[in-house]
Design a protein around this ligand. Structure first.
Ligand code: DAH
Length: 341
């Protein structure tokens, strides 16, 4: 073998032996990284030998080149494996620390609006009202016509909604549940129907395009406006205690005659605030005696039966109860708000 080739082959075995020894002694990822630098850098011993290739006789070069390439690849592979082994080991050691505190799983709660909804249901259930469920997708007939609101009636203006094509729409109030209940049941009826409603309203401190109502309906022989007032008073007392006052004002709804609206006194106690728009009162509900025309749509005889109905805004009640100054806060799901309940 040519002398120069012999020298390179000898050096390759020396480097291999020394590398193996040093690799076996590497005790950390850092040690291994240092070895990588030492053996594989551009000024390292292997690269140095590559530099000598040019001094070899032509016929010796391929053999020396092949052996050098093998050496370089072996060293690279061995170091990478060593570095990897430290990653695995340290990762498993670092990830298990028995002194760390346990993981904190935050406990959720019931949304304040639903707390209020549940309370409303309980109060009315206590007065003998059944809880009925309606559909958020309604027909034009149930949402409007059977409530004595024919097409082109001006009161439809305030009930612009999301139309789903054909006769379907997102209900603008819970009043259509009155119709469903009267279509399928005979008097006496005493029910509430809580749920979501939708309107094309621009959000502000007291409006939202999605909101909740609780509908109420009582139909029997001899039901009067005095019964309505009594039930509303009892509800206010149960829900808010003696501090809250109730006031009825005349109103108009096509499905009640006479119609009214009732307000509860605001938590600002008349000092005036954003919620009550400085009036000291918060409008809670529309109400009235069921219009005989509505009984006509469901085949109830208005000469035998009479009834009252109401539709309360649940957000309004929650705002009063928890002194929430802006309806939008209710839907933002900001934990700083929700955690207070
Ligand atoms: N549905 C009415 C609305 O959302 C509120 C209402 C008024 C409901 C009078 C009633 C009622 O049941 O009798 O504007």
């Amino acid at each position: 073998m040519a002398e120069k080739l012999q020298t390179i082959v000898t050096q390759i075995s020396q480097i291999t032996a020394e590398f193996q020894r040093e690799l076996a002694g590497a005790e950390s990822r850092n040690d291994a990284e240092q070895l990588k630098l030492k053996y594989l850098s551009r000024k390292g011993p292997i690269q140095n030998l590559f530099g000598l290739l040019g001094t070899l006789d032509n016929q010796d070069r391929p053999q020396a080149g092949a052996e050098l390439n093998r050496l370089k690849a072996d060293v690279q592979k061995a170091i990478d494996a060593k570095i990897e082994s430290f990653y695995v080991e340290t990762a498993s050691i670092e990830s298990f620390d028995p002194s760390l505190p346990g993981q904190d799983w935050p406990v959720g709660g019931i949304h304040p609006l639903m707390v209020v909804m549940d309370e409303i249901k309980q109060v009315f259930a206590g007065m003998g009202f059944r809880i009925e469920e309606g559909n958020e997708i309604e027909t034009d007939y149930h949402n409007f016509e059977a409530l004595n609101i024919p097409p082109h009636h001006p009161s439809r203006d305030m009930h612009d909604t999301f139309y789903l094509g054909g006769k379907y729409l997102l209900r603008t109030h819970t009043s259509p549940v009155q119709i469903h209940v009267m279509e399928s049941q005979k008097p006496p009826i005493r029910m509430i129907a809580p749920g979501k409603c939708y309107r094309k309203d621009t959000p502000d401190a007291s409006h939202s395009p999605m909101f909740h109502q609780v509908e109420g309906l009582c139909v029997d022989k001899g039901v009067s406006f005095a019964d309505l007032k009594g039930v509303v008073q009892a509800f206010a007392l149960k829900m808010f205690g003696r501090d809250v006052k109730v006031r009825f004002r005349p109103g108009f709804f096509p499905f009640t005659e006479p119609s009214a609206e009732y307000d509860f006194s605001c938590f600002c106690k008349g000092k005036g605030c954003r919620v009550c728009k400085n009036t000291g009162w918060l409008e809670i509900s529309g109400a009235g005696m069921v219009d005989p025309a509505v009984f006509g749509f469901v085949d109830y005889d208005p000469k035998i039966y009479s009834g009252y109905a109401f539709g309360m805004g649940v957000e309004r009640i929650a705002m009063l109860k928890y002194e929430i100054p802006d309806i939008r806060i209710i839907y933002e799901n900001d934990l700083r708000f929700l955690e207070q309940f």
